[in-house]
Design a binder for this molecule. Structure first.
Ligand code: NOJ
Ligand code: CA
Length: 674
C-alpha cells in the first residue's frame, strides 16, 4: 500500500522555520498533523476534515533537566507501515488485525531531544514519548509534569461520561453524564460525544512502570494529562532512556464503533509468557455474595462462610452444574475486627481452624472443580509483598491456578513501608502501585497462576502481554447492589459498555436471581429485571464469569439458570450491534471454535423495542434461538421476574424485534443446527 506522506514547510515572516507533518490512517479518513509552530510541539486529529482534537501541546518536564516542550522543533521523522494479524489465546475476538501507519517525530533543542511515536489506525490514534539517553541527562530522571493535552471542543457542545479521578473510592463511582465542560478531573477511559455525533474515548495503553494518566480540564474543552503522583510528589521515577505508555484516542462514527475497536490491544506488546495454555477462561461460583448481603461473615464465628463443609457443598454444586471453579473468600486469618483497616494482620498462609485447605483442594480435584484462591490485602501491600512468594507457592502446591486479589483501601491510602522502614501512603494508580500490581502478575505467572485483581489499576490492555492477568474489577460491580449507597442505577450497564469496558474485561459478578433479598422495595437490590441479569454475561466481557448468587437461588429458577450454564466465556468474535452511551446496548458474540452465537442487550430506565438483524449468523444455516426476554408486564421495580423463555427457528436473513422492560434485557443463545 502506498505510504501517504506529506511534509509542509512554512517560513514565517520572523524567519522561524515551522514544520508540520501529516500521518494518515490506512483508510485515509483519520489525519494527525504534528507541528512545531511557535517552537511548541503540538498535534491535532481530524476525521474526514472535521477537526476533533485541535492543536494540543506535547512534552514533559523533568526535575533534573527542566522542560522538554517549549523551544523544541521538529528535527527528524521516520515512518513505517504495518498490516498484520495476531491471535489472542483467549478473548472477545480470536484474531485481531493490526493495521496502522506509524510516524516517529524527533523534537530537538540544541543537544536535548525527545521523540513522539504516532500510530494512526482506522479506529483511532496512539502516541507515546520516547526519551533516549542523551549527554546532558543523568541516570535518574524524575518526571514532574506531562504537558500532553487533548483539546476536544472549545464550543461547549460536546457531552461526556466520566468518573472523578483522585477520589477516595478509586474507580468505583457512578458515571456522570454531563456537558464536557463539567468534567473537571476524570479517569480514563473518558468517553466524549461531539456535537457532530462522532464519539471519542481517551485512554492509555500499556501502562507499565509509569503513573496512570488522569485528565484535568483546564480552559473549557482542554483536557490535560494529570499523572497520579508518588507520596513524595514526584510523578514518575525513571532511569534515562525510557518510553511512556501510549496515549490513546479512539475515534468512532457511532457509539458502538468504540466497542468494536481493538486499538488498546494493538498498542500493547505481544505475549511475553510463551505457552499460556494453563490460563483457563471459565465460569465460577463462590463463597462471596452471602458475605455481601450479611448472611455470612469473612471473619470467624457462627456465620463464617469459608468453612470446609460449605466449600465442599459449593464444589459439589459447581460440579453438578458445569462450573469449573469455586472462589473462597475469608479462608485465611486476618478478617476478624475491622478488616478494612487491619491489612497488616492478614496471613496468607494460615487458614482459619474450620477451613482445611488440603481437604477442599483434594475434594475439588476429585470433582473436576478448581479451588479459586483469594488474597485480600486491604491495601497493606508491604505485608502482602513479604508473604507473596510463600502464599503463591502454597496455592500452587494445592493445585490452585487462579487467585482473586483485593486492595480495599481508600484512594491515596495504600500502605507501603519504604526501604528505610518509613510508612508511606500511595495511590492505587500511581507508579508504585502500577509496578506492584504487575509484580503480582509476573510472580503468579512463574507458578502458572492467573490473577483477577479487585481494586486494581485500570486496565490498559496488558492482558495481551501477560495473558494470566485474566480479569479485574475497576468500576462499580454487583457488590454495590448489596450495600452501595446508592446501588448501581438502571443506566449503569449501558454506560459501562461504552466507558470502563473499553479498557478490557471486568469481573462484574453477574447473575443475581433473588432480586429482593431486602424485599423488592428495599433500597439495596439490583435495579434490573431477571432477564437483564442474564444479558450481563454477554454484554460485559470477561473470560471468567461468576454466577454470583447463592446456589439455592439458582435451584429455585432452573429454567433461567440454564442460560448461565450454556453461555461460554471465550469467543471467536464479538460485534456491538446497536446502542447509545448510557441508554442501551446490544452485543453479539460467537462462541470460540463453534457455530453458536449469543446476544445480550440491556436497557436503562426506559422500556424500549429493539430490532436485531441476524445477519451476523452464517448464511444458509438454521439456528434455534433460545430467547430469554422480559415479559410484557415486566419492569425492574415491581415485576422484575416476569420473563419469557421461548425457542424460535431463525436464519441470517431474519430480524428479531424484542421488547426490553425498564432496566430490562434480553439474552439469546443461537444454537446452530446441522
Ligand atoms: C472488594 C471486592 O470487590 C469484593 O469482591 C470482595 O468480596 C471484598 N473486597 C473482600 O475482599
Ligand atoms: Ca471492589
Amino acid at each position: 500500500m502506498r505510504l501517504i506522506f506529506s511534509l509542509a514547510s512554512i517560513f514565517l515572516a520572523t524567519g522561524v522555520h515551522a514544520q508540520s507533518l501529516t500521518l494518515t490512517s490506512p483508510d485515509g479518513q483519520l489525519v494527525v498533523v504534528v507541528s512545531d509552530d511557535n517552537n511548541q510541539p503540538t498535534y491535532q486529529v481530524s476525521l474526514n476534515d472535521k477537526l476533533l482534537i485541535d492543536n494540543s501541546r506535547l512534552g514533559l518536564a523533568f526535575k533534573q533537566q527542566g522542560e522538554y516542550s517549549q523551544g523544541f522543533n521538529i528535527a527528524k521523522s521516520t515512518r513505517s507501515r504495518t498490516n498484520t494479524t495476531w491471535v489472542q489465546p483467549w478473548g472477545e475476538q480470536k484474531t485481531i488485525r493490526d493495521n496502522h501507519q506509524q510516524m516517529t517525530v524527533k523534537f530537538g533543542r540544541g543537544e536535548q531531544h525527545f521523540s513522539v511515536n504516532f500510530k494512526a489506525f482506522n479506529d483511532g490514534v496512539g502516541f507515546r514519548y520516547e526519551v533516549a539517553k542523551q549527554p546532558n541527562m543523568g541516570e535518574s530522571v524524575d518526571i514532574v509534569n506531562e504537558y500532553t493535552e487533548f483539546v476536544i471542543d472549545k464550543g461547549d457542545k460536546a457531552h461526556a461520561w466520566w468518573i472523578p479521578a483522585r477520589g477516595w473510592n478509586r474507580y468505583e463511582y457512578i458515571y456522570s453524564s454531563t456537558p464536557l465542560h463539567q468534567a473537571a478531573h476524570v479517569h480514563t477511559p473518558f468517553t466524549v460525544k461531539h456535537a457532530s455525533g462522532v464519539h471519542l474515548s481517551i485512554h492509555e495503553a500499556a501502562l507499565v512502570d509509569y503513573a496512570s494518566m488522569t485528565l484535568n480540564q483546564r480552559r473549557n474543552g482542554t483536557l490535560k494529562a494529570d499523572l497520579t503522583p508518588w507520596s513524595d510528589g514526584v510523578l514518575v521515577k525513571k532511569k534515562a532512556g525510557f518510553t511512556t505508555p501510549w496515549r490513546t484516542i479512539q475515534v468512532a462514527k457511532t457509539a458502538i464503533d468504540l466497542v468494536n475497536s481493538n486499538l488498546i490491544l494493538n498498542l500493547n506488546e505481544p505475549n511475553k509468557l510463551d505457552d499460556v495454555s494453563w490460563v483457563k477462561p471459565g465460569k465460577y461460583v463462590g463463597i462471596w455474595w452471602g458475605m455481601h448481603i450479611g448472611e455470612n461473615t469473612w471473619g470467624s464465628g457462627d456465620k463464617h462462610g469459608a468453612t470446609t463443609n460449605e466449600t465442599i457443598r459449593y464444589m459439589d454444586f459447581a460440579a453438578e452444574n458445569g462450573f469449573d471453579g469455586v472462589l473462597v473468600e475469608g479462608w485465611n486469618i486476618g478478617w476478624d475486627g475491622s478488616w478494612f483497616h487491619n491489612g497488616d494482620v492478614f496471613n496468607f498462609a494460615k487458614p482459619y481452624d474450620d477451613f482445611d485447605l488440603a481437604k477442599v483442594a483434594k475434594h475439588g480435584k476429585s470433582k473436576g472443580v478448581r479451588l479459586i484462591g483469594h488474597h485480600e490485602t486491604s491495601g497493606s501491600v508491604t505485608n502482602y509483598r513479604e508473604q507473596m512468594d510463600a502464599a503463591y507457592d502454597l496455592y500452587q502446591a494445592h493445585g490452585v491456578t487462579q487467585i482473586k486479589t483485593g486492595y480495599v483501601a481508600d484512594g491515596g491510602d495504600i500502605k507501603r513501608v519504604d526501604e528505610n522502614g518509613i510508612t508511606r501512603h500511595e495511590w492505587h494508580d500511581g507508579q508504585f502501585m502500577v509496578n506492584e500490581y504487575l509484580h503480582s502478575i509476573t510472580e503468579a505467572a512463574k507458578r502458572n497462576i492467573s490473577i483477577n485483581t479487585h481494586e486494581p489499576i485500570k486496565d490498559t490492555g496488558l492482558r495481551r502481554t501477560y495473558p494470566n492477568w485474566i480479569s479485574r474489577e475497576g468500576a462499580r460491580g454487583q457488590e454495590f447492589n448489596a450495600w452501595g449507597t446508592p446501588p448501581n442505577p438502571p443506566e449503569h450497564i449501558a454506560t459501562l459498555a461504552f466507558t470502563r469496558m473499553l479498557a478490557g474485561p471486568m469481573d462484574f459478578t453477574p447473575g443475581i436471581f433473588d432480586l429482593g433479598f431486602n424485599g423488592l422495595e428495599g433500597v439495596n437490590r439490583p435495579q434490573t429485571t431477571l432477564a437483564k441479569q442474564l444479558a450481563l454475561y454477554v454484554v460485559l466481557y470477561s473470560p471468567i464469569q461468576m454466577a454470583a448468587d447463592l446456589p439455592r437461588n439458582y435451584l429455585a429458577k432452573p429454567k433461567a439458570f440454564q442460560f448461565i450454564k450454556d453461555v461460554p466465556t471465550d469467543w471467536q468474535q464479538s460485534i456491538a450491534l446497536d446502542g447509545e452511551v448510557g441508554e442501551f446496548v446490544a452485543i453479539a458474540r460467537q462462541q470460540r471454535d463453534s457455530q453458536d452465537w449469543f446476544v445480550g442487550a440491556v436497557s436503562d430506565k426506559h422500556a424500549r423495542e429493539l430490532t436485531i438483524s441476524l445477519d451476523f449468523l452464517t448464511k444458509g444455516k438454521q439456528y434455534q434461538a433460545q430467547i430469554y426476554r422480559d415479559g410484557s408486564k415486566a419492569n425492574w421495580k415491581s415485576n422484575p421476574y416476569d420473563m419469557v423463555i421461548e425457542n424460535k427457528m431463525v436464519a441470517a436473513s431474519d430480524v428479531l424485534t424484542i421488547k426490553l422492560a425498564t432496566s430490562g434485557g434480553v439474552a439469546i443463545r443461537f444454537k446452530a443446527l446441522d
